[in-house]
Design a protein around this ligand. Structure first.
Ligand SMILES: C[S@@+](CC[C@H](N)C(=O)[O-])C[C@H]1O[C@@H](n2cnc3c(N)ncnc32)[C@H](O)[C@@H]1O
Length: 270
């Protein structure tokens, strides 16, 4: 079957679920995954013998499964990471957090802890670009740690992964704490894409409505004892409440804008 026809089928079928441009991008991801082909091959009139595989992936996409879980791959900051439903799919916003940490620290011999590592994306991207750093990473989820360790082994990157509940347990001494913690309150669920709610791990997404800032507060308090600099990804919805809490505690902090100009990266300094 001609790839151009398959592309049209994907875009038309996915219209109820995704914008046309997103449907097109999803097709290119599947094309690369199944046939190692690109846009140019479509223009050149290439065909595939893999029609059934394309159709079964399209069926799963219609059920709402994110394409990254189907291909089991997600690109992140110059890395190709293995992902499965035990981990959050790494997001482009998180690449900006990594970029800032690298920009401000690359070359220095620092000890870094990534808290709530999921696929290991932050820790592994940092190690890949910053060889002098000693990087550890933790998560409460053993299933996520299996994925993170597989990524470290596949990419031959040395990161020490360990299991802990950061809300309960203490940590060793670090120069830098970096985290993209769970920060979505259950009341925000209605505004979220159904694909995310039904497929990605809830432990990675949601916090208690009673205190959505619980992870930020806990990590900053852990950092305070040892004067570790903190870098966080946050939600724009919590900017005001986080700022109020930080000011009340007389913490020094800075906001950094993401690529949409929203203040979503928080740095706490001592
Ligand atoms: C938003 S995800 C971030 C995953 C990854 N760092 C990323 O940026 O894609 C938050 C992570 O925190 C972990 N987590 C949730 N509660 C935790 C806890 N109490 N202690 C440690 N990690 C926790 C989840 O399992 C999840 O992997």
């Amino acid at each position: 079957m001609k790839l151009s026809l398959l592309k049209a089928l994907y875009i038309d079928t996915l219209v109820p679920f995704y914008a046309r441009s997103e449907g097109e991008n999803i097709f290119y991801i599947v094309l690369e995954h199944l046939d190692k082909k690109s846009k140019i091959d479509i223009l050149l009139g290439a065909e595939t013998f893999n029609v059934e595989s394309y159709q079964s992936i399209l069926e799963a996409l219609k059920q709402g499964t994110p394409v990254q879980y189907l291909t089991q791959m997600a690109p992140f900051y110059n890395l190709e990471l293995f992902v499965n439903p035990s981990v959050l799919i790494p997001r482009p916003e998180t690449e900006q957090l990594v970029h800032l940490v690298l920009d401000e620290n690359r070359g220095a011999h620092k000890k870094v802890l990534d808290i709530g590592t999921g696929s290991g994306c932050i820790a592994l991207a940092l190690k890949n670009e910053w060889k002098e750093a000693t990087i550890s990473a933790c998560d409460i989820s053993e299933e996520a740690l299996v994925v993170a360790r597989k990524n470290a082994s596949d990419l031959a990157l040395k990161v020490d992964f360990y299991q802990t509940d950061i809300l309960i347990n203490e940590i060793a001494v670090y120069d830098i704490l970096v985290s993209n913690p769970p920060y979505i309150s259950p009341s925000e669920k209605d505004a979220m894409h159904i694909n995310v709610i039904e497929n990605e791990p809830h432990i990675a997404l949601f916090v208690d409505d009673i205190d959505p800032l619980v992870f930020y507060k806990r990590i900053i308090q852990l950092a305070e004892k040892q004067r570790a600099i903190c870098y966080f990804e946050t939600s724009e919805f919590y900017r005001t409440s986080l700022e109020t809490w930080l000011e009340e505690g007389e913490y020094s902090f800075e906001w950094k804008a993401d690529f949409q100009g929203k203040d979503r990266i928080l740095k706490v300094i001592w």
